[in-house]
Ligand binder design. Structure first.
Ligand SMILES: N[C@@H](CCC(=O)N[C@@H](CS)C(=O)NCC(=O)O)C(=O)O
Length: 205
């Protein structure tokens, strides 16, 4: 069986858990947190030298870091990996957008606001630049979702799961989602997928 190492309230860690829930794949969950130094222990660094979660351990003992790489590996052969080459590339475009434009703004602003340990980094300048950048990223999503039900092609893909993770908790980072009506309906659409589980869901031991 696969193992996911992660923090329950991290969007990056939620992405592969959500995919497993939606595809009915069993997994073990091992809680590792950046807040108590868990990602910096010698044992964890031996598995992921970059010292971040999530991390996947495959059934045969190989390790794979990076949430979107894990999604791609676990998504192979599922309904969330488009068959058509162009649609698949569009899906990857959204996943790269997530890592470069959305996560560093929407997710980082949320972290600055919810984790007391990061309060010292939450300067007025940092909060202003992440608010502006996050607003731009959400507007890009709103533009797509005003014209289509899903981010890539005409069916749910890994891109929707990837971007759902931090978008649905964006209000915790001070982003007002009422300004993005099509995005708000899309959040409900993702949450309505069969097998959906919320961010705080963890498998039974
Ligand atoms: N690009 C990585 C980012 C992972 C990441 O930043 N994880 C955070 C938790 S959300 C972490 O482990 N931070 C620990 C640290 O930076 O020391 C991914 O998508 O998996």
């Amino acid at each position: 069986m696969i193992t996911l190492y992660g923090m329950p309230d991290s969007g990056n860690c939620y992405k592969p858990r959500l995919l497993c829930a939606l595809t009915g794949r069993a997994f073990r969950h091992v809680q590792v947190s950046m807040l108590d130094g868990g990602t910096r222990t010698p044992g964890y660094l031996a598995m992921n030298p970059n010292g971040k979660v999530p991390l996947l351990r495959t059934g045969d003992g190989r390790f794979l870091p990076e949430s979107n790489a894990i999604l791609t590996f676990l998504g192979e052969g599922t309904r969330f990996m488009p068959d058509d080459a162009f649609t698949r590339a569009e899906m990857f475009a959204w996943m790269f957008f997530e890592q470069y434009s959305h996560e560093p703004t929407v997710a980082v602003r949320r972290s600055l606001m919810i984790y007391p340990d990061l309060a010292a980094d939450a300067t007025a300048e940092r909060l202003a630049e992440t608010l502006e950048g996050g607003g731009k990223a959400l507007a890009v999503m709103e533009g797509r979702l005003a014209q289509a039900e899903w981010l890539a092609g005409d069916a749910p893909s890994l891109a929707d799961l990837c971007l759902y993770a931090y978008t649905h908790v964006a209000p915790e980072g001070g982003f007002e989602l009422d300004a993005y009506p099509n995005l708000t309906v899309w959040l409900e659409r993702v949450a309505g997928l069969t097998g959906f589980r919320p961010m705080d869901w963890l498998p039974d031991d």
